[in-house]
Design a protein around this ligand. Sequence first.
Ligand code: FES
Ligand SMILES: [Fe+2]
Length: 367
Amino acid sequence: MDTSLDELVAEFDPGLPLERARSLPSPWYVDPRVALLERERVFGASWQLVARADQLERPGDFVTTEVAGEPLLVLRDDAGELRAFFNVCRHRAACVMTEPQGNARRLRCRYHGWTYDLRGQLRGLPEFEGVEEFRREEQGLVPVHVDRWGPMVFVHLGEAPPPLGEWLAPLPVEMGTLEGLRFLERREYTLACNWKVFVDNYLDGGYHVNTVHPALGSVLQYSEYRTECFERTSLQSSPLRAGDDAAAAATRKGDRARYAWAFPNVMINLYAGVMDTNVVLPLGTERCRVLIDFYFADLESERAQELARQSVELGHRIQLEDLGVCEDVQKGLGSRSYRTGRFSVRREVAIHHFHRLVAARLQARRG
Ligand code: FES
Ligand SMILES: [Fe+2]
């Protein structure tokens, strides 16, 4: 018997306190109708991390990307302003810019050669004389909200989104401007699981650290690990200790490890002088892509570069450990034996918070 989408979406009860709560029903992790609704309600209506500030330093620097299936263009204009647009030509809807990134003085659509300036205004349109009721000034690229926090550039497809600073609160206060950090490299992973499995795994309050990540666990003071939830973000943190894993001890330093999450799919891991950002993007229902960008405060000396390499390798190792469990979980979520699970009150408050935020979007009246 088929469950309707409305019934399925209503199955999660967001009103239950953590002590009595149940996780999102398993079909939310496998049903394409839910994925479609999430595209519109979650990814199409949230600040999405799409580029790094160092890709957009000079006038004319641009990045192309996609959010919620929409082709987008982010750039720095002549006046030094960040701007973002739908990367959709007003003529016949081709993508205006097709390179993943680059530098351009003008935005020239490769299809019929219409050109736009860096503010998105239409400038050149060959052989268009005689077209009636056509106002060039109304045919600019359609703008999208854009803003940044430190090295991270975000866009929001909505009409009047809350400001990015408000969205991310209190992370910029808790974690600082992140200005001194420099990008070193990106690693990409494709996982055979729904994007929410990856987020759930991230938000379990350290519950899986000792079982899945022994090296990382050796430098965390697990009993002091704590989780705080805010409006659209959560922050997990743990004091660090001298551990017996050499790579972890050398690269996971400072007074505390900070693991920040911003709804729906941005995760930021911060240690002293070491940061990586994780963005998880759905690829259909049972696959996702994880983009991990590694940043370091010091990349000058050979010693610093060697430490940075070690740090990336440790990050990679941890990611492979997570990947294994995430893919197992996805299999289990497809099993007829499982529908929903309970939460550790001590550890899993941030997963419950995430589930409520997703449910709030999906359960809002459809119309
Ligand atoms: S679609 Fe861009 S110029 Fe025709
Ligand atoms: Fe993990």
